[in-house]
Design a protein around this ligand. Structure first.
Ligand SMILES: [Zn+2]
Length: 318
């Protein structure tokens, strides 16, 4: 008894974790994300994976406390997932559909970045705190706020959506969301590469970045760590936006801890230092020494958070 599945649905892969309340993560694996206009086929894939695992392990379905799932879109408190651009679904009551297909209840569903924040809060970098803001730096920029162990969700499911805060009202290029000047346009992996390409085309300084065929955010951070002047300019430019966005978010949520996660945060200490510096330049003196940390769970934050929703039998702040 006291087991659950934590499932993280992404645009290309679905991560599945089997958890025990007492021992934590016992097994994890991935399957490709089946895309389509409805989630039914993907939910059947997930059901098949869970059934195979339980049969192989000799664990009856009755021993499951429930299933927790993330989804790449905003989820309202009635459980409606509002459009997932990456996968192709429209508005869908994902938890309800999943419970029918899995034959398991309850099924908890939350936004991927918000659930990852819950994972860090319960099992990772935020274990010692009672509130945190997590910023997920990947292809996009996601965010989540945890207060008293619950996700701050809001009426439309967008509380914590820091990536689409408008940071530059004069931007002319559109964001993936259709707006212009979002934090994501500068601080995501894709955004950082765009900033670098723009600087490379305008500036004539020599730079190691010119030798890359396809430039990635990792290449830029690696070059910055090696002291490449242009890469350092790009890193500082991007971190300035990020620190400013976090400072603005902290005036609303005032969390004990800020966690930087997602693939880009593997840049590590240099990213943390630059973002903290920008944060400090953009807040009052008395909240300047807020704690910052890197993610402790990395790519597993989503499945951990999904499991946490089941074990705490709830998702959102009351
Ligand atoms: Zn946007």
């Amino acid at each position: 008894m006291e087991n659950c599945f934590g499932i993280d649905i992404g645009g290309t892969t679905v991560k599945i974790g089997f958890f025990s309340r007492e021992k934590g993560l016992l097994e994890k694996w991935e399957i490709p994300t089946r895309k389509g206009p409805e989630p039914t086929a993907l939910l059947k894939d997930i059901h098949g994976e869970m059934a195979d695992f339980l049969k192989r392990s000799g664990i009856p379905w009755e021993e499951l406390e429930g299933v927790g799932m993330t989804a790449p879109g905003p989820v309202t408190e009635d459980g409606c997932l509002r459009g997932t651009v990456n996968i192709g679904w429209g508005d869908v009551f994902l938890g309800k559909e999943a419970a029918e297909i899995f034959g398991v209840s309850p099924v908890f569903v939350g936004n991927d970045a918000r659930v990852a924040a819950l994972g860090e809060y319960t099992y990772g970098a935020g274990k010692e705190t009672d509130s945190l803001l997590m910023v997920t730096l990947g292809t996009g920029v996601g965010g989540g706020i945890i207060l008293n162990g619950r996700i701050l969700n809001g009426v439309t499911g967008t509380a914590g959506e820091i990536g689409h805060m408008t940071m530059n009202p004069f931007e002319i290029l559109p964001c993936s969301c259709g707006k212009k000047g979002c934090l994501e346009q500068y601080a995501s992996a894709k955004g950082m590469v765009r900033v670098a390409q723009d600087m490379l085309s305008r500036w004539k300084k020599p730079s190691a970045l010119r030798s890359f065929g396809t430039l990635t955010a990792k290449d830029i951070w690696d070059a910055a760590k090696n002291g490449d002047a242009l890469a350092l300019e790009v890193a500082e430019y991007v971190s300035r936006f990020l620190g400013m966005g976090i400072a603005n978010a902290c005036y609303i949520a005032d969390p004990a801890l800020v966690v930087l996660g997602g693939g880009v945060s593997k840049a590590g200490q240099i990213l943390l230092d630059m973002v903290r510096q920008s944060y400090a330049q953009n807040v009052f003196a008395h909240c300047r020494d807020r704690k910052f940390a890197l993610s402790a769970l990395w790519n597993d934050a989503g499945i951990y958070g999904a499991a946490a929703m089941v074990f705490q039998q709830g998702t959102f702040c009351d």
